[in-house]
Design a protein around this ligand. Structure first.
Ligand code: ZN
Length: 497
């Protein structure tokens, strides 16, 4: 078999003030050619997995582009078109291929393209023809619709959030597509619309049960894959919302039933969405009342991984106003402030202004007398499953009261404690560790945290989606309406493809 592999994606936040241009891809991942010698990252692990499996099976692999951008606003039109067309050119040059395996995000929007994944899959199908088997691995934070199902033979989503199963899902997709080409299986997909916007963490026990239910469903005969598309609340498109997807071996009725059953389970736990959040002051009260730390506070509203600038100051300002001491906070994306600190060097004392720059959703800048404690020209942090993520230039500044702040130049969420410890910050000695991330920090921080608290703060990723100025939603969705199914006799809506 000849197998073609490529990656193109980003998670587009329609409400982000940051355009996604070529620089965002260059800074995150833009790889051409052989990835065998590349260190494993969240972004290239799918391609590396397919490459290893295909070679073990004795197949030929054509490696095309790997392009991924840190989430932000819409991708600039000519940047998206150039990256997409590069993959299509490589595919044409490869001649007739048997399998096309794509790692896409699922919530990518570009200027002029509301649904990049369907656009890519449609064009790939056009080039590869109907003889080829096309499979896509997609993030569960996606806007899944019927359209991509028409162009792909199989779509498999991550099951875990934090996304710790990218390689496992890549293996699953490989198996399904390879067996399809061999004539051993005939994938049939069914999608169910839950008609709701929500946010779930698979570390929560009730969401864990849902993951286990999917795995159980996959053990049934004739079931190839079952996915729960959580959706991405910050992409203003009519495709928004939670969906469930089942892939069976030539049994559309079974696929529909499974998608419906899972969708019903998602709908039934809607009232538990958001129960883990608390207000900034409640979280700070709790941390101050505790005798030991660290209390890990997640500023989810300013998570770069969801397209936020990662420079909002609402929480840190409140900590300063309340006179709380022994705090580590990061990462604040502030290229100018980093430049000033690097220029001054370790040991310098500065009146530094930082944060609060990108939009009103970032709050006001903070002015603070700080000592520059450490500067690292190129810092990497340990991410999901031990994978590495670049932080860029990073500096640690310390303010009175043991308040340590990490400023950086490559916009990223916090994944691991080493983003602090490499700069010499002893987070175990802190009362509060304030970090900008929604969930990917959890696996690494939970074991060392006295308690993990998710903050309901202002910012680009507000918790209550009813506050978002959606313009493009045309179907009823909970919680924007109480009963999104009131226009139907049945409470189900499933389409088979
Ligand atoms: Zn995601």
């Amino acid at each position: 078999m000849k197998i073609f592999v490529a990656t193109l994606g980003t998670e587009t936040n329609s409400f982000s003030p940051l355009p996604t241009g070529l620089r965002a891809f260059e800074e995150t991942a833009l790889l051409r050619g052989d990835v065998r010698s590349e260190p494993e990252t969240f972004i290239n692990i799918a391609n590396k997995t397919w490459l290893a499996l295909a070679e073990a099976d004795g197949h030929e692999v054509v490696q095309s582009l790997i392009a991924f951008a840190q989430p932000g606003g819409r991708t600039v039109r000519n940047v998206y078109e150039a990256l997409r067309d590069e993959i299509l050119r490589d595919l044409k040059a490869a001649g007739q291929v048997d399998l096309v395996l794509l790692f896409l995000h699922g919530a990518m929007m570009a200027d002029g393209y509301d649904d990049c994944e369907s656009d890519i899959l449609e064009r790939v199908r056009e080039v590869a023809g109907h003889e080829a088997v096309i499979g896509a691995e997609i993030d569960l934070h996606c806007h899944l619709s019927e359209r991509p199902l028409a162009f792909a033979d199989a779509i498999v989503l991550f099951k875990e959030y934090p996304h710790t199963d990218v390689a496992e899902r890549a293996r699953e997709l490989y198996r399904i597509c390879r067996d399809t080409k061999r004539g051993l299986v005939r994938p049939t997909m069914a999608l169910h619309d839950c008609r709701m916007i929500g946010f779930w963490r698979t570390s929560q026990p009730h969401v864990r049960q849902l993951v286990e239910r999917m795995v159980e469903m996959e053990r049934q005969p004739g079931v190839l894959s079952v996915s729960f598309a959580h959706g991405f609340p910050y992409g203003d498109t009519d495709r928004i919302g939670a969906k469930t997807l089942a892939v069976t071996d030539g049994d559309p009725i079974l696929a529909r039933n499974l998608a419906q059953e899972l969708g019903r389970a998602v709908w039934n736990m809607r009232n538990r969405i958001g129960e883990e959040y608390c207000s900034i002051d409640d979280a700070l009260d709790r941390a101050q009342a505790g005798t030991e730390g660290p209390y890990v506070l997640a500023d989810t509203a300013d998570n770069a991984g969801g397209g936020a600038p990662s420079d909002s100051t609402f929480v840190l300002q409140r900590i300063l106003d309340r006179g709380i001491t022994d705090v580590a906070a990061g990462c604040y994306w502030d290229i100018g402030a980093v430049r000033i600190c690097m220029e001054a060097g370790p040991g310098s004392v500065l009146d530094l202004r930082f944060g609060g720059k990108c939009s009103p959703m970032s709050g006001d800048p903070i002015d603070l007398r700080v000592t520059v404690k450490a500067c690292i020209p190129s810092l990497w942090q340990t991410g999901l499953d031990g994978l590495r993520a670049h932080v860029g230039q990073a500096v640690r500044v310390e303010a009175e009261g043991g308040i340590d702040i990490v400023l950086n130049t490559v916009r990223t969420q916090v994944y691991g404690p080493d983003v602090f410890t490499q700069l010499g910050i002893d987070i175990l000695a802190k009362k509060i560790v304030l970090l900008k991330s929604t969930q990917h920090f959890y696996a690494a921080f939970a074991p060392i945290a006295k308690e993990v608290l998710y903050l309901d703060a202002e910012g680009t990723l507000v918790r209550d989606v009813r506050k978002l100025p959606y313009q493009h939603i045309t179907r009823p969705l909970w919680p924007l309406v109480e009963n999104p199914f009131s226009d139907q006799h049945d409470t189900e809506r499933t389409t088979a493809a």
